[in-house]
Design a protein around this ligand. Structure first.
Ligand code: MLT
Length: 385
């Protein structure tokens, strides 16, 4: 009876994806799986039974990935599941960036109780003139599921769109509107009236919007950040807002210094907060956990390679191992020496880690499994027979 711990409120839709025998609750003490949203797991104990952690969302910076990898725990995310929700917020923010809508709405509130409101409105509205997005240039940094949707929608709005993504996937490239032009980062920053960032927070992306990169941006441009607060150097952004280098900074990640700052719009991490996105993320995360727990299949992991195949024979074993030479041949030799035919074999690596999936025509002796487990470069063996 696998037990899944939920560390945040998760859409009820997840329950439908778990088999009836599964427990999915906040009360689980020693779980096989964990599902979470923004709970900070960095200080959280990783129990001995824990096989996998699934983030119902895209970012995984709240999960201790190296510690999970060290313990052979697979970390999943749900790329694309909330992409439409985030895209819609970004498009809304493009309009908020071009026009002084937020300030104008605040100003209208001050007219409460005023005699002749229409006259006051007509007189005061000239302070809130803004720009249209039609014909303006949008720079999209990061063309994963969200970035591609934002870029394509902006093209339909009549914007010139420039994309930058050194890791653009084949699927990303295939889905990207062919009117999106690709450029390197300095060229994008130099040309864009609006810049929106859609990259994960990693040591290499942290503070990518520092004083040096902001200086490369077009004067009076708008920066939109729905990815993670740490992607920007807050002081550098505040200075740029003060000097007019940036006309506006719009972020889904409020920080004390940003709240109330001139021309800064802080949204309370609402990108994925729609029932549609929450349902999609919960269902995808649950399916990933179940397929890994039941079949050893890995789909959408951030620390292990994707290795996934339908079960094709009586017994499957999976092996987590270091990405070093001769491991595959040693494992297959041990199985052959046990008199068993390997019907299917998949092995993929990601950095130093690798994952092997073997479908066998017979059930191996415990001694064969013990020998594989005893190999120095093997960290975890699971048997599904
Ligand atoms: C994400 O990383 O996709 C979002 O932060 C999801 C969320 O709001 O939980």
């Amino acid at each position: 009876m696998p037990e899944i711990l939920k560390l945040n409120e998760i859409s009820e839709v997840a329950n439908k994806e778990f088999p009836e025998s599964y427990v999915f609750s906040k009360e689980v003490k020693d779980p096989e799986g964990i599902m979470l949203r923004s709970f900070n797991m960095h200080e959280y104990p990783l129990g001995e039974k824990l096989l996998a952690v699934a983030r119902a969302g895209a970012g995984t910076n709240n999960i201790p990935i190296p510690a999970c990898t060290e313990k052979g725990i697979v970390v999943f995310n749900t790329p694309g599941a909330n992409a439409n929700a985030v895209k819609e917020l970004v498009i809304c923010e493009l309009f908020l960036g071009g026009r002084k809508i937020v300030d104008a709405i605040e100003w209208v509130k001050t007219l409460k109780g005023t005699e002749g409101i229409s006259k006051a409105v007509e007189k005061g509205k000239s302070s809130f003139v803004g720009h249209e997005v039609l014909g303006k240039t949008l720079g999209v940094i990061g063309l994963g599921a969200i970035g591609v949707m934002v870029a394509n929608t902006a093209v339909e709005l009549g914007m010139n769109v420039i994309g930058y993504d050194p890791y653009l996937s084949i699927s990303g490239a295939l889905h990207l509107d062919n009117r999106v032009h690709m450029a390197d980062l300095p060229a994008l920053l130099q040309k864009a009236d609006f810049v929106t960032v859609h990259v994960p927070l990693t040591p290499s992306t942290e503070r990518m919007f520092n004083a040096e990169n902001i200086a490369k941006m077009k004067d009076g441009s708008v920066l939109i950040n729905n990815s993670r607060g740490e992607l920007v150097d807050t002081d550098a952004v505040l200075e740029a807002l003060e000097s007019g280098k940036l006309e506006r900074y719009i972020t889904d990640f409020p920080a004390d210094k940003l709240i109330g700052a001139k021309n800064c719009i802080c949204v309370p991490h609402l990108g994925a907060s729609t029932p549609e996105a929450e349902d999609n993320c919960a269902a995808m995360a649950a399916r990933e956990l179940v397929d890994y727990i039941e079949n050893g299949n890995i789909t959408h992991s951030v620390n292990y390679p994707d290795v996934c195949a339908p079960r094709s024979s009586v017994c499957r074993i999976t092996v987590m191992h270091e990405n070093v030479k001769e491991v595959i041949s040693k494992i297959t030799s041990l199985i052959s020496a046990g008199g068993i035919n390997i019907a299917n074999l998949l092995d993929k690596s990601k950095g130093n880690t690798a994952y092997m999936l073997l479908d066998l025509d017979d059930i191996p002796d415990d001694s064969v499994i013990e020998k594989i487990k005893a190999m120095e470069s093997v960290s975890r063996v699971r048997v599904f027979c």
